[in-house]
Design a protein around this ligand. Structure first.
Ligand SMILES: Cc1cc2nc3c(=O)[nH]c(=O)nc-3n(C[C@H](O)[C@H](O)[C@H](O)COP(=O)(O)O)c2cc1C
Length: 197
């Protein structure tokens, strides 16, 4: 017997369930989406920027996704100026791509940042947020191997530089690849629309 295809409400619920799982499970394929945003080059021309990030938290009720970054990173500075971003997830297991259009708030202090630091501060990743030099800063020489003290950025400073990126989802674009045919839908404050894949 054929498994019935999920419909609108089930798809929406399943998406948020998978996002919540991904934030907890380092092996989930949605754990490491690509975050894209707009930056500007030296001439002031808008240029796209995209990079892999780790999904840290998903809140279905608030429609929010959380990421961690260094508050001095180019992305944090770009997003503070231009808060529109897109997060792209792909899962082979689900055969689902999810694109989330969001407004981003860059939090550098407050309860959420303190909570995040309590989590990260205990882990090996803590050093990433304690480096004296900002991410992307130029190095004089090639960095040494992982067995040495590492690049100048690895010198630890006193205060941490962890920022929480809070993405408020505006619109989602869901694409399901299927042998019998693909399905696509978008949904947001204006409701649900099925679309041509
Ligand atoms: C698997 C993976 C996970 C990553 N997770 C994060 C992350 O959660 N936060 C982050 O700031 N950078 C993360 N990075 C590094 C970014 O992809 C990027 O190289 C770095 O943050 C600099 O980006 P920017 O110059 O646009 O700020 C990750 C890279 C990889 C490969």
């Amino acid at each position: 017997m054929k498994t019935p295809l999920l419909q609108e409400n089930d798809i929406r619920a399943r998406i948020w369930m998978e996002l919540q799982r991904a934030a907890l499970d380092r092996h989930h394929e949605w754990r490491t989406p690509v975050l894209a945003n707009v930056a500007h080059d030296a001439q002031g021309e808008p240029v796209p920027q995209a990079r892999t990030v780790v999904l840290r938290h998903a809140d279905a009720a608030r429609q929010q996704l959380h990421l961690f970054t260094d508050r001095r990173s180019p992305k944090a500075l770009q997003l503070a100026r231009h808060p529109n971003a897109s997060l792209v997830f792909w899962s082979k297991r689900l055969s689902w791509q999810l694109r989330v259009q969001a407004r981003v708030e860059v939090l550098t202090e407050g309860g959420l940042v303190q909570e995040a630091w309590q989590r990260v501060g205990q882990s090996a990743a803590a050093a990433d947020y304690l480096a004296a030099n900002a991410p992307g800063a130029l190095l004089q020489d090639a960095p040494d191997g992982p067995d040495t003290a590492g690049p100048p950025g690895a010198v630890l400073s006193g205060a941490h530089h962890l920022a929480v990126l809070v993405l408020q989802a505006q619109e989602m674009d869901w694409l399901e690849l299927g042998r019998a045919g693909h399905r696509r839908a978008s949904f947001g404050p204006l409701g649900w629309s099925w679309r041509v894949p």
